[in-house]
Design a protein around this ligand. Structure first.
Ligand SMILES: [Zn+2]
Length: 369
């Protein structure tokens, strides 16, 4: 058993929870308060609860308090340790699925769970890698997982991801070069497909999707998760054009070392949508990067909007939001300029155009970090 880091436990709960804040804006709050070098313990929950207790009555604290309660609730029901042996036992099944998916045989690699990556590979840790493969013929060949980055839900997906690399590399000759966008895109695509086939667990895939999206918004350009988010978009485009048949053709080109031909698939404007998804998992895969950006507001604007789904006077709004009347007045003016509210006599109400969006969470507050 490996005890997860406090950051991973809180992060997993954060990705899972249905929060009020626009999540990417709240991520740095999570990252600054919890560390991947600290194992999860009851102290983690105490720390989280202290943040709630210490928060004042300002608008952004009021919303934060609600969100932290939701994260707290998710933590209670989420795993705090990872049983690496269950997944090691699963390897023959994974191997069988990889062989079937790619139509290629391969030998499994040894798997290690370590405190740090082997010497000389420290930059991969900085770039956000959670696992890494050292190919045969080199010292320390095998698949390495960083213990502090183990997550109860995405580590199994990575385990499959790395098996796919094993299979591809063993079916290439020494002179064949790795095409990053293609190989990582394929590894992501098939790891999700195989994970779903083995577990039928849609929830884990949804959380994985959420993590990829949030990382793509908040992490630096060189971060692997951020980069791979783009590769899966490319894969979706290609799949919508030619489905599994096109993937098969690309794979043949890749394994015959036709690098230029493989890179030609990046001319995405050439590809029309001709393929319709036929199964649950095809739909899930094609939607892996589908996110609608909400209209963002400040916390107080959000609380005011929430208070005027039905017409209210300024005094009532001040009471409901806990903000002084003069501050509310200033914010009401701002909301009026933005076309988010309408005034009738002394009553204020949310503009009906915005109400549709507000009620479907397409208007969200940003955490002012
Ligand atoms: Zn990879």
């Amino acid at each position: 058993m490996i005890i997860l880091s406090e950051l991973k436990v809180v992060e997993d709960a954060f990705f899972k929870a249905d929060l009020i804040y626009y999540k990417p804006s709240l991520y740095s709050f999570i990252e600054e308060n919890f560390s991947e070098n600290q194992p999860y313990s009851l102290k983690t929950l105490a720390k989280l609860r202290k943040i709630v207790k210490d928060s004042k009555d300002r608008a952004h604290d009021l919303i934060l308090r609600e969100d932290i309660k939701k994260i707290d609730k998710e933590i209670k029901s989420s795993p705090k340790e990872f049983d690496e042996n269950i997944w090691k036992d699963f390897l023959p099944k994974i191997r069988h699925e990889v062989k079937t998916a790619l139509g290629l045989d391969f030998k499994p690699r040894s798997i290690f769970f370590e405190e740090s990556f082997p010497e000389g590979l420290g930059t991969f840790e900085k770039k956000g890698a959670s696992s890494i493969t050292i190919f045969e013929g080199q010292n320390n060949a095998g698949i390495y997982f960083l213990k502090k980055r183990i997550s109860s839900f995405y580590t199994p997906l990575l385990l499959i991801h790395e098996q796919l690399h094993s299979c591809l590399s063993q079916n290439k000759t020494k002179d064949q070069i790795y095409v990053e966008w293609f190989e990582e895109g394929i590894a992501m695509w098939f790891s999700i497909l195989i994970y779903y086939k083995l577990t039928k667990n849609k929830e884990v895939i949804d959380i994985y999707k959420e993590r990829n999206y949030i990382y793509s918004k908040v992490k630096p350009e060189y971060n692997f998760v951020k980069r791979y988010f783009e590769y899966i978009k490319i894969m979706s485009c290609l799949y919508l054009s030619g489905g599994p048949k096109l993937f098969g053709m690309m794979m043949v080109d890749y394994l015959s070392n036709k690098r230029e031909k493989v890179n030609k698939y990046l001319d995405l404007e050439k590809y029309d949508i001709k393929f319709l998804p036929k199964s649950d998992i095809e739909n899930l895969l094609l939607n892996m990067t589908l996110f609608i950006e909400p209209e963002k507001t400040t916390p107080l604007e959000y609380l005011i909007l929430k208070s005027i789904k039905k017409p209210k006077t300024i005094e009532t709004i001040a009471m409901l939001t806990g903000a002084p009347v003069d501050v509310v007045q200033k914010f009401l003016f701002r909301l009026q300029v933005k076309g988010m509210i309408v005034a009738k006599d002394k009553y204020l109400e949310m503009n009906w155009r915005k109400k549709d969006l507000f009620e479907h969470k397409l208007i969200r507050p940003i955490y002012p970090f």
